[in-house]
Design a protein around this ligand. Structure first.
Ligand code: IMP
Length: 185
């Protein structure tokens, strides 16, 4: 990966800045407050981050939540995304916590594109009869959505374009970038 101040080059593809680190951090600070306020203080939020992409978003949300917020944190992962969108093929979920009955679950995604991943995860979690399931996503591509499921908390709505950085990858590269970049051309 090569990088100058505005462009990143990975495997022959060029990416340009879409959202700066400052912009992202300011928005996450707002979102953390919004999420915190939507749950009464006595309710514990069971936050479940979807790996790999959401690890940075989860970490920064935790930074900005009030420090006395009652919160549990866990992560889950869909074993593979290959072919999932077009075929609707089901892939096993790894590491999904049991014992969510009557809990307030907050699923945290890096990006919602077709929405099939989050729909599948939500259905699996619903089987445990939680009290509530809400969805927070840093990025949302409304024009790509193929389900009726709507996120409850959205960082940024973006065009249906391919993006990397801040946890999001292209061929496993680019997750370390602090800004979010969009594929040029
Ligand atoms: P969905 O099931 O189509 O909503 O896709 C969700 C997953 O696809 C995300 O968690 C990402 O891992 C991946 N994904 C979707 N769009 C992008 C993108 O623009 N860049 C990188 N990964 C993406």
């Amino acid at each position: 990966m090569q990088k100058n101040h505005k462009l990143v080059y990975i495997n022959g593809k060029t990416f340009e800045v879409l959202l700066t680190q400052t912009h992202i951090q300011a928005r996450i600070r707002e979102l953390a407050w919004q999420i915190h306020q939507s749950y009464p203080q006595e309710q514990t939020i069971y936050l479940i981050g979807v790996l790999n992409g959401a690890f940075r978003f989860v970490a920064d949300l935790l930074t900005y939540f009030p420090q006395d917020r009652q919160l549990c944190v866990d992560f889950t992962k869909i074993s593979s995304y290959a072919g999932t969108y077009s075929t609707g093929e089901i892939h096993p979920i790894i590491g999904l916590k049991q014992g969510l009955k009557n809990k307030h679950v907050l699923l945290v995604e890096d990006i919602i594109d077709t929405g099939l991943t989050i729909q599948y995860l939500t259905k699996q979690i619903q089987q445990q009869q939680p009290f509530s399931v809400k969805i927070a996503t840093l990025l949302f591509k409304p024009q790509a959505l193929r389900t009726s499921l709507q996120p409850d908390f959205i960082g940024f709505e973006i065009e249906p374009l391919f993006v990397i950085g801040y946890g999001l990858d292209y061929n496993e590269q680019g997750r370390n970038l602090n800004d979010i970049y969009v594929l040029k051309d």
